[in-house]
Design a protein around this ligand. Structure first.
Ligand code: ADP
Ligand code: MG
Length: 259
């Protein structure tokens, strides 16, 4: 069914996206629609095109064809990476990219929205509403007691939370989170799930993930999208997706019962 990407209520609408690398179709006629406030999990085998899709959303990679509409009236394919970022699309990469020599608080200040030089960010006056917002973010990411520690000293999971906090400081409307549970302990993974659940609704979030226990934790009552060969293989509630024959075949190489 053809949908109109310029029709509300989609916050993000991708239609007919294609991207080839040296003749290999990493993204293949991809259609993807996201409502404001959704927490959407995207799963799929390695090489399915998940990261490439995020690269396209953030302007890092230009697709060969297709449309990508933000908030019903912005053609993201006409904008550069910085302009896309300014629209409130924030991304957390797989490996944390915090400033290790700066404190947790400084990392958040550096990410705060608004025109400010690094010098001003670190040495200028922080206004009261900004202080309140910083305290709120530190609370949300459970790093209040670590605010004045150097980010480089944090545990792996804490660095990931700080990076999510930096997206909040940036006032991102859409958070793109690529494999947050990678390298985390079970406890850290669970807490990351709780953090993302607490942000859903206030923000729109796309999480790419492999860990199915984690996927189940964050996607109860929500839609899960399965990517395969750069195309949406199926979409729906996690139970339905996990028992879908096509998904089982892709993940486990299992043939359908009929075969
Ligand atoms: P996923 O994140 O689902 O594991 P990716 O989006 O990273 O998958 O990759 C999809 C396919 O596109 C892979 O086969 C990968 O090798 C290829 N690919 C991704 N980026 C590039 C690039 N810049 N140059 C060439 N091939 C790429
Ligand atoms: Mg990837």
């Amino acid at each position: 069914m053809k949908q109109d990407p310029f029709q509300k209520p989609y916050l993000l609408a991708a239609e007919g996206l294609n991207k080839s690398f040296d003749g290999f179709k990493a993204i293949n006629d991809l259609n993807f629609y996201l409502d404001e406030g959704e927490l959407r999990t995207v799963i799929g085998p390695n090489g399915a095109g998940k990261t490439t899709f995020l690269d396209i959303i953030t302007g890092r990679t230009q697709p060969d064809t297709g449309t990508l509409v933000w908030d019903a009236d912005h053609d993201l394919l006409k904008l550069n990476e910085y302009e896309i970022y300014r629209h409130g699309i924030g991304r957390k990469f797989q490996t944390p990219t915090v400033y290790g020599d700066h404190t947790v608080m400084e990392n958040l200040i550096l990410s705060m929205a608004g025109p400010r030089s690094i010098w001003h960010s670190l040495f200028g006056k922080i206004l009261d509403p900004q202080k309140e917002r910083l305290a709120e973010i530190l609370e949300t990411i459970k790093l209040s007691t670590h605010a004045y520690r150097k980010a480089g000293e944090l545990a792996h999971g804490q660095k990931q939370w700080l990076e999510i906090g930096m997206l909040l400081a940036q006032e991102a409307r859409l958070l793109l989170v690529d494999e947050p549970a990678a390298g985390m302990t079970d406890e850290e993974t669970y807490r990351t799930g709780e953090l993302l659940l607490s942000l859903a609704g206030k923000h729109t979030i796309v999480v790419i993930e492999h860990d199915m226990e984690f996927v189940r934790q964050i996607s109860q009552g929500r839609k899960v999208t399965v990517l395969h060969h750069g195309h949406v293989l199926c979409e729906g509630p996690v139970d339905k997706v996990q028992s879908d024959e096509r998904v089982l075949e892709v993940y486990l190489g299992r043939k359908s019962k009929a075969a």
